[in-house]
Design a protein around this ligand. Structure first.
Ligand code: ZN
Length: 384
């Protein structure tokens, strides 16, 4: 099969919808000979805990393929192409795609190049949308957002198919540019590693004992209350997963925080707090029982208190010291400072070094450590 070249990129490509496993098998074999393909997915998650995959689009440089997982169950032919490290898979803003592919089909993805991460390392901007990046590189203005459309409906409209195809059609030329630029700067592998870090976090997300760290406002609680929150967050996550509903359909974050702070909670309290009536009917009694169970846990097993960053002694000074190191490394290696190490990652490093509990940060990975660990350690010396 002919390899993709930027000069040959055409605005009109043939689009084929793939309806059966045999055809998919054939295509996957041909893709194995390529260096890279562009991939995108469409999914629905409005009323579910897990994504429901509605479409997988692949562009191999010649044709766009719309693989319809609703038309045939067995899309396992994709396993090898996703897993192989010899074919780069270009995605844009891949984390939800990877989550959908992993949770619904168990696909493991290697050698994924995310053009949004790449754009940030290349100095184009942070969290750049697909439309903007296409405009940046190809001076082409795409139709506006289409995320509101119902991707699970069949048949898909002509318009939906065009959108879906465009999401990969221009991704390949964008990948081409970013790859070349980042190879020259020696940053290509950093993109691959960042995606690996994202994927590992997806695989490890089943440890719900840490779910309380993601509840908004958790740092406001004392240890007794935090112990309740840990149990409630774990319970909510499991319940949502087992019923495949969003966790907001069980109880919202601020309601969990409120019941943790109350001495005692009754069903009528839940009503006056404004919790959803359906949630109260279905899960209210169990919520109250979970609080009672949590309160029986002995003090020694309570989670450590959470310290908001700004309340850590000398946090401002430490932050400035590390920020200065980030600036140095950023200039020396020609990597935008924000992409190298943002505020959240600096705060994570400081908390980790001082032994405070906090949300894990998957981006403290080996390429960042190799650039920043030494200077950070040195800068922290005067505060320890
Ligand atoms: Zn898309």
């Amino acid at each position: 099969m002919a390899r993709f070249h930027l000069e040959q990129h055409q605005d009109s490509v043939h689009v084929e919808t793939v309806f059966n496993a045999e055809r998919l098998q054939e295509l996957c074999q041909s893709w194995q000979t390529l260096d890279f393909i562009a991939v995108d997915t469409e999914f629905d998650r409005t009323n579910t805990y897990f994504h429901r995959l509605a479409l997988i689009q692949i562009y191999d440089g010649e044709e766009v393929y719309l693989i319809d997982p609703l038309a045939f169950d067995d899309i396992s032919a994709l396993t090898d192409i996703f897993k192989t490290t010899s074919v780069v898979k270009a995605f844009h803003s891949c984390s939800e795609d990877l989550e959908a592919l992993y949770h619904q089909y168990g696909f493991e993805l290697n050698q994924v190049f995310d053009t949004q991460i790449a754009a940030s390392l290349d100095g184009i901007g942070l969290s750049v949308g697909y439309g903007s990046i296409v405009e940046h590189f190809l001076s082409l203005v795409l139709d506006k957002e289409h995320t509101k459309t119902d991707w699970l409906q069949r048949p898909l409209s002509q318009e939906q198919k065009v959108y879906a195809a465009q999401d990969v059609q221009y991704l390949l030329p964008v990948y081409y540019r970013l790859r070349d630029s980042l190879l020259e700067k020696g940053l290509f592998e950093c993109v691959i590693e960042d995606v690996n870090s994202i994927f590992s976090a997806i695989i490890q997300a089943d440890d719900y004992s840490e779910a309380y760290l993601k509840v908004k406002g958790a740092f406001r609680l004392n240890q007794f209350q935090l112990n309740r929150l840990q149990k409630l967050a774990q319970w909510r996550e499991t319940l949502a997963r087992d019923n495949n509903i969003p966790k907001t359909f069980v109880f919202r974050d601020h309601h969990l925080i409120e019941v943790c702070q109350k001495e005692k909670t009754t069903i009528s309290d839940l009503l006056s707090m404004g919790c959803n009536r359906g949630s109260i009917r279905k899960y209210g009694a169990e919520l109250i029982r979970q609080i009672e169970l949590a309160d029986q846990v002995s003090k020694t097993e309570w989670p450590e208190p959470l310290q908001p960053f700004h309340k850590i002694p000398q946090s401002k000074k430490m932050f400035s010291a590390l920020k200065a190191e980030v600036e140095n490394v950023s200039q020396e290696h020609n990597i935008p400072a924000e992409a190298l190490c943002n505020r959240r990652l600096i705060e994570y490093y400081i908390k980790m070094t001082l032994g405070y509990k906090g949300r894990p940060n998957r981006f403290w990975n080996s390429w960042r450590q190799s650039l920043l660990e030494q200077p950070f350690k040195q800068a922290m010396q005067e505060f320890l």
